[in-house]
Design a binder for this molecule. Structure first.
Ligand SMILES: [Zn+2]
Length: 474
């Protein structure tokens, strides 16, 4: 029997605020254990949490970028569970009245384009981190109270590849909005996968399992492939799927049972009595809209229309700093393809050679645009432009200045070129005779002589044109 894989995701993204959700402690990653905390995030008795307004703003921004409805009124709630990484023994989250409802993310191209519906986005606090060392488990509270958004999808994904594309699109969107740095390896973006199988064509969902501890896109793909194969095997043997929470072990490539799946009522959700309901006005929403940069999905379409291929687009979008540089060049030059050639060719090559990040490009895009213009105006050859670009990484000067200082000036003067061509012909009578005898390739000897005389600063096409003219007269 053929089965269809049904996947829903719960994605947690740490918000890029300076301070935690209910106190002024820093959200910075790392630091000595238990140094980024205070009585509020440690949940001491008698403390009063105060909601960081930036958390609401970032949550709204994420919601708007993901096509959600922003709820004017939402409620913080206590989610109770006992685990050593949770000092209060409850997490302040949102339950039946989240900040954002609905929404969707578009994935796929052309005919395969589809909307993956979101159920909700809510804001909540992160728990601490348990560090296992040998027989010991240590608790680090630095992460307690770091703000999160949890993005919950509907069960709209149908396989590992779709899930990966969804996560990549989501990650880029949050990254460009500046609401999260989405570093999976540092745990600032984490993903739980709900997965079930059903016979192809059946409407009713099968029993699902939830897989936790997925900390890279690769492990999401592997875990989905593993779990769907496991469930398929059980179903084919006529066995039942047990609804449970599984722990994915990336090292062994296998999952193991953590606990039987808990239901919402196991958490005894209660409205948080110490925090007023969260209100967001129309004016606040439109003010946030005004600060939103262009969405990566919009850029993607723009680039595709300008003739860039999928691979070029992916690289141009992968890093917002790199992308801002490209947009800067594009704003000056306007030729998307040409700008992409320079940014993906010249700039990327030099960054790779120097093992630098896009943030280390020592000049603005306008400087590269000026260099490109020099080539367009035939003031310099492409080869010279490439050499000047290299120098631009070491010398803080305009490309015109570098060309002057290093003697990269084209010999563009027609009479001078003509003279040089005539000299080359006079010095190489054999080449002239060969050409006249029908060996037209002999012209390359003469071109070479002119190039040597100008140290490569002569425009090749122009030289050939003049030589052809003179040879026909000779
Ligand atoms: Zn604190």
């Amino acid at each position: 029997m053929e089965y269809e894989i049904v996947i829903g995701l719960e994605v947690h993204a740490e918000l890029a605020t300076q301070t935690k959700i209910f106190c002024n402690c820093t959200t910075q990653f790392g630091g000595d254990p238990n140094t980024h905390c205070c009585p509020v995030c440690l949940g001491f008795p008698g403390i009063l949490p105060i909601l960081n307004q930036k958390v609401v703003e970032y949550g709204v921004k994420a919601g708007l970028a993901l096509n959600c409805t922003i709820n004017p009124y939402s409620v913080m709630a206590r989610k109770h569970y006992f685990y050593p990484d949770l000092p209060k023994a409850f997490q302040i989250s949102q339950y039946d009245q989240p900040l954002c409802s609905g929404g969707y993310v578009e994935i796929g191209q052309g005919e395969n384009r589809k909307q993956v519906r979101l159920n909700r986005i809510h804001i909540e606090e992160d728990a601490g981190k348990l560090v296992h060392e040998g027989f010991m488990t240590k608790m680090d509270a630095n992460r307690c109270g770091v703000p999160l958004i949890e993005i919950v999808t509907e069960p709209d994904l149908r396989g590992a590849e779709e899930a990966k594309e969804f996560l990549e699109t989501l990650r880029l969107t949050l990254l460009y909005m500046g609401v999260s740095d989405c570093r999976m390896e540092e745990g600032s973006m984490r993903c739980d996968v709900n997965i079930s199988l059903r016979p192809l064509g059946q409407e009713e969902f099968g029993t699902r399992t939830e897989m936790k501890n997925l900390n890279s896109f690769r492990s999401v793909v592997r875990a989905i492939e593993y779990e769907s194969a496991r469930q398929k095997k059980l179903l084919e043997q006529g066995q039942e799927i047990v609804q449970e929470t599984l722990h994915w072990d990336d090292a062994t490539g296998m999952s193991s049972s953590m606990r039987s799946k808990e239901e919402a009522n196991d958490y005894l959700y209660l409205p948080e009595p110490d925090i007023l309901p969260v209100t967001v006005t129309e004016e606040e929403i439109s003010a946030i809209k005004d600060t939103m940069p262009e969405l990566p999905s919009v850029k993607k379409q723009k680039y595709a229309q300008a003739g860039l291929n999928e691979k070029e687009i992916d690289v141009l979008l992968a890093n917002p700093v790199f992308n801002a540089f490209y947009e800067d060049v594009l704003a000056q030059n306007g030729n998307a393809k040409l700008c992409a050639n320079w940014v993906l060719g010249g700039i990327s090559r030099i960054l790779n050679e120097k093992e630098l990040d896009a943030s280390a490009i020592p000049f603005r895009g306008s400087r590269l645009a000026a260099l490109m213009q020099m080539e367009e105006k035939k003031e310099i050859s492409h080869n010279m432009a490439e050499r000047i670009l290299n120098i631009m990484f070491d010398e803080d000067k305009e490309p015109q200045q570098i060309a002057k200082d290093h003697g990269f000036q084209m010999v563009n003067d027609d009479s001078q070129l003509r003279e040089l061509c005539q000299k080359a012909m006079a010095d190489n009578p054999n080449a002239v005779a060969d050409y006249k005898a029908g060996k037209t390739k002999a012209i390359s000897v003469l071109v070479g002589k002119v190039m040597a005389a100008t140290k490569g600063m002569a425009p090749g096409a122009e030289v050939i044109k003049i030589l052809t003219e003179l040879l026909q007269q000779a």
